[in-house]
Design a protein around this ligand. Structure first.
Ligand code: FAD
Length: 450
């Protein structure tokens, strides 16, 4: 490529955010180049992962039907766990998802190359093994990027979709984003475990080709703030989870409230082994062989951690913009939606011939008036609540476990006496704090006004 070639837009990163932006802009005839440091799309990406249909459809319309997905998710489950019990607190098997899936399990190594191919088919140039090393600026305006392999590339606008992590430092280096703090990111790990498709269907009670998701809280993470998951793929399981980086060192957990981590440092690997060996999980994984092990960061800083999303000549989308909703394990959808909206704003800027902050601020305006920022605001307090109140993931699941044991046990006691015992136990061991905590949780989850 000629040195200093000029494009309408440079997109940094070929993840869901970058490719959504690229497809949107290329479809409108803009000259778009996508820079990806991996040798192919998806090579550097890790995700659970559940991908959502609607946000994909908003970018590629009905072409989602050809996407290389693993299984449509027919059943969602949420479990609370103690050391020797598992309680399914939420479960929804929805056969309507057979016709029109809400979500699918995906493996990014298969999905991302297909999605990047859609950007190329729309006319975008995707260049792999090329790192955007720093933003080029002229008088404060971003005018392009310096790359390792392709020299300096110039554009009217740079759409920064670099994700987060050690390799994603473009914004930080340019002073456009504060360095991440340990309580703003989760360290997530994931194993892809091979298991015969028929065995997956038998063990998870699924029809052929259908999938389910299970997310586990409490002892699954040794009481640390986060959750573990199992997602069913075609002939593999995605098994993993994540916790706040600040929690792994055990430092934020007070001695009286600790779960099984006992306030000592826990490694992601230890967390994984602990989960895989839980008596409710072990039989689900029996005979499954680990074929891949991956680790990555997830933004969990909430609304307050969002950096400035626009400026003269640049926009920021997806994980790079700290857009994620860990309570609902959503990230890819926020990435796709923000990438698409950024693309639409760039198209408008091109029509106006104005790529300054005055035009590009509309990106933030559109996000502010969408579900994206509504959700970011609603869940802003959820992660700190769990971080500072480990009883939600330690003591309360234990109490629920004992209450359910009492409830189900047939031991000659009258049901009235059992109810009395359960209420007494909650009063004695959790007391007023239990009520106040649940009020706090209801507020943090947006069920009650702040
Ligand atoms: C274990 C795990 C499980 C998850 N599970 C789910 C889930 O079930 N559902 C869900 O919706 N979300 C999930 N997420 C979150 C989801 O993966 C992210 O929200 C999503 O990938 C964000 O997309 P993105 O395009 O912003 O960033 P990314 O997907 O991280 O893509 C960024 C891309 O930019 C490239 N890049 C970075 N810096 C440069 C550079 N300087 N030059 C060139 N290229 C660069 C990277 O190689 C990468 O390909 C999970 C995340 C993890 C870690």
């Amino acid at each position: 490529m000629a040195q200093e070639e000029k494009f309408d837009a440079i997109v940094v990163g070929a993840g869901p955010a970058g490719i959504s932006a690229a497809i949107t802009m290329a479809n409108a005839g803009l000259q778009v180049v996508v820079l990806e440091r991996g040798e192919k799309a998806g090579a550097k990406n890790v995700m659970g992962g559940i991908l959502y249909r609607q946000m994909l459809e908003e970018v590629v319309d009905q072409a989602w039907k050809e996407a290389p997905i693993e299984r449509p998710i027919i059943e969602e489950q949420r479990w609370f766990m103690t050391r020797d019990a598992a309680m399914r607190v939420l479960g929804h098997k929805n056969f309507r998802h057979r016709e029109r899936p809400n979500s699918w399990s995906v493996l990014r190594a298969r999905f991302d190359p297909w999605y990047a191919g859609k950007a190329e088919a729309a006319g975008a140039l995707v260049i792999y093994e090329t790192v955007a090393e720093r933003l080029l600026r002229e008088g404060g305006k971003v005018v392009g990027v310096r790359t390792g392999r392709e020299g300096d590339l110039l554009a009217d606008v740079v759409v920064i979709c670099e994700g987060i992590g050690l390799g994603a430092r473009l914004l930080e280096k340019a002073g456009l984003k504060a360095p991440l703090k340990a309580d703003q990111v989760a360290v997530a790990v994931k194993e892809v475990m091979q298991l015969d498709a028929g065995k997956i269907e038998d063990r998870f009670n699924l029809e052929a080709g259908e999938g389910c998701s299970i997310e586990c809280f409490g002892d699954s993470t040794m009481g640390l703030s986060g959750f573990m998951f199992i997602y069913t793929n075609q002939d593999t399981l995605s098994v993993g989870g994540g916790c706040l980086l600040s929690d792994y060192n055990g430092g934020v957990i007070s001695a009286e409230d600790v779960g099984r981590s006992h306030g000592r440092p826990v490694s992601p690997n230890e967390l994984m082994e602990h989960f895989k060996n839980h008596p409710a999980i072990k039989p689900l994984l029996r005979g499954a062989e680990t074929v891949e092990y991956l680790a990555k960061l997830i933004p969990e800083g909430g609304y307050k951690a969002i950096p400035k999303l626009y400026g003269d000549g640049y926009l920021v989308c997806g994980d790079a913009a700290m857009l994620s909703n860990p309570v609902h394990r959503e990230g890819s959808n926020l990435a796709m939606a923000s990438g698409r909206i950024a693309g639409e704003i760039v198209i408008r800027a091109k029509q106006l011939g104005n790529f300054s902050e005055e035009t590009l601020w509309e990106y933030k305006g559109r996000l502010d008036h969408s579900w994206v920022m509504a959700d970011m605001k609603k869940y802003d307090g959820a992660v700190p609540l769990l971080e500072h109140n480990p009883q939600f993931l330690t003591k309360y699941p234990e109490l629920l476990d004992r209450a359910l044991e009492e409830f189900f046990k047939v031991d000659g006691l009258s049901k009235r006496e059992k109810q009395r015992r359960i209420i007494k136990m909650f009063r004695k061991e959790a007391g007023l704090r239990f009520l106040l905590d649940n009020l706090k949780a209801a507020r943090a989850m947006g069920f009650l006004p702040p």
